[in-house]
Design a protein around this ligand. Structure first.
Ligand SMILES: [Fe+2]
Ligand SMILES: [Fe+2]
Length: 233
């Protein structure tokens, strides 16, 4: 595990993410939660075929917003890696790493698309913008160099890791239902995948990127704005 060394607030963030990871080091039942959506599909399983009924509007809103934002985030992540691969795909060192992370994002998106359908949640109206912005950020940072591409991944996954952590606390407030228990395990699994991407980025010298602090601030800030927009639109 490599810790951030520049800036006390980023260091704090990283320490808190490391701490949250240490709580779930064994990746227990959540480690394969997504296989409920990517493997053979059991239409009689209430966890994958039903949605809670009887939730209050506020409770339903928590679920709807969580799924809409998460699906949008996975769309954007896919297009970030697509943009990075367009530039660095032939690089012998980072090409395979980016492809590996992209492959995980493809799986995340399949899972989130199925969750949207299961719970009858509409995707964000900003999907096209998320795709274009994601590709642009991925390609531009990749053009700045391998380290900048990794700095992009570090910044995005820091925000997304924290977002998934906060979301788990919100989902804990919802009345129990088989689909919600599964959803929480899926979110834990995705969070852990994103934090592994963060580790890969740092291990591949994200913090040697030119203007690393500025890149982190701009990209991380952009992610936070995007999350808030997708909650509403
Ligand atoms: Fe993801
Ligand atoms: Fe990721």
């Amino acid at each position: 595990m490599i810790l951030a060394t520049n800036g006390s607030s980023r260091c704090f963030k990283r320490v808190s993410l490391v701490a949250s990871r240490s709580v779930r080091t064994q990746r227990p039942s959540s480690s394969s939660a997504s296989s409920a959506y990517t493997g053979s599909f059991d239409r009689n399983d209430p966890s994958t075929s039903t949605s809670p009924v009887g939730y209050t509007p506020d409770q339903r809103n928590i679920l709807d917003i969580a799924l809409r934002v998460d699906q949008a985030g996975e769309v954007a992540a896919n297009w970030i890696y697509k943009g990075q691969m367009a530039v660095l795909g032939r690089d012998a060192v980072v090409g395979p790493l980016i492809q590996e992370m992209w492959d995980q994002e493809k799986k995340h998106l399949v899972v989130m698309d199925r969750l949207l359908a299961q719970h009858r949640v509409r995707p964000t109206l900003l999907t096209g913008i998320a795709q274009a912005a994601g590709f642009g950020v991925g390609a531009v940072t990749a053009l700045m160099g391998k380290e900048a591409a990794m700095a992009c991944t570090e910044a995005v996954e820091t925000v997304i890791g924290e977002h998934y952590d906060a979301q788990l606390k919100e989902l804990d407030t919802l009345p129990s239902h088989p689909s919600i228990s599964l959803l929480k395990n899926v979110v834990r699994e995705l969070r852990d995948d994103e934090l592994e991407h963060l580790d890969i980025a740092v291990a591949n010298f994200s913090q040697r990127a030119p203007a690393h602090a500025l890149l982190s601030t701009v990209i991380g800030g952009g992610c936070l704005v995007a999350i808030e927009l997708c909650k509403r639109i």
